[in-house]
Design a protein around this ligand. Sequence first.
Ligand code: NDP
Length: 388
Amino acid sequence: MAKILCVLFDDPTTGYPPQYARKDIPKIEVYPGGQTVPTPKHIDFVPGELLGCVSGGLGLREYLEGLGHTFVVTSDKEGPDSVFEKELPDADIVISQPFWPAYLTAERIAKARKLKLAITAGIGSDHVDLDAAIKAGITVVEETFSNSISVAEHAVMMILSLVRNYIPSHEIAAKGGWNISDCVSRSYDIEGMHVGTVAAGRIGVAVLKRLKPFDVHLHYFDKHRLPESVEKELGLTFHPSVEELVAACDAISIHAPLYPGTKNLFDEKLLNSMKPGSYVVNCARGEICDRDAIVRALESGQLAGYAGDVWFPQPAPKDHPWRTMPHNGMTPHISGASLSGQARYAAGTREILECWFEDRPIRNEYLIVAGGALAGTGAKSYDVAAKK
Ligand code: NDP
């Protein structure tokens, strides 16, 4: 029997289950492009429930314990005395979400002698040292596409809220104020602006599609160019380098994976090459941006606003400067954790576990590392990480 160690975020401060705002969520069967949503044989939760917290247990407890496995769920993940670190040495499977990542460093992997499978419930397995996982023969998987649209919606919301100065204006209203001048002194229309994405994968393209009706000029940079038909349909301008992209745009949304090739991509030099008063939204990974260079660019006015939901480390320390820097629209890491997204990645986790225990192949698109090498989506997205 296996031991499954699952690291999830804390329950709501008001208790579990929360009071839900809606009774259900729309049923989606196919993602854009044709990939089907997860198809486990069965689920033991109602889609729309809070699943990613400790009491939610990703809806897996009944299934795993019913098979006789041990299912340990904790939010306590940092430091040598944490539950995660103590339970890790004899765990067969580790599950965690990027929102509350169980960092599987090389040191931890060395201690996890029985570990065979690391599941990212969601997308983005950069919290796992992939080189170490390859060497240890650990399979790493994630649920490709499960929350891509959730993130795209969030990124578009953040671009609009920065440009329109939404959050400060809301705060004025909430505090009983009515000073329109203070609200609108930094408020613009996005119409006619040049907006670009760094990367045009599942999320990047979804962002571009959603922005098209706003009558903006759309730009992108990616390692590979999109088909001409897509460029034409969306009216996209391709730039062969990130430098050329940022020089042409008023607002940038980042949607590349984190690996050594993208770490600190938005450094002082790149930020200073942008048009003064640009906006940056980052719902990809915090370390793609140089933390202190972002703060300085906001303080000097080089950036008019920065928003996103990704930080390093996570959870971010209380004194992280992105919490208090000027003109920021930061949230905790939530864009991919909407209740809609959770239903899909919880079902994806169940599908992966069913395949694992029944000795059936896991979908190729879910694979990051398998058989001692990068595989599936991992072979496309994380190539540099494994060669560093
Ligand atoms: P995809 O794999 O569909 O897309 C990633 C794209 O990035 C690919 O087109 C890839 O190009 C491109 N790319 C890789 N390296 C670079 C680079 N150096 N410069 C420009 N483009 C590059 O992934 P998704 O769109 O689904 O997700 C993207 C990232 O978003 C994830 O890796 C994850 O970190 C983050 N994410 C965040 C979430 C959140 O809650 N905030 C939730 C889900 C994901 P190519 O394939 O051509 O090599």
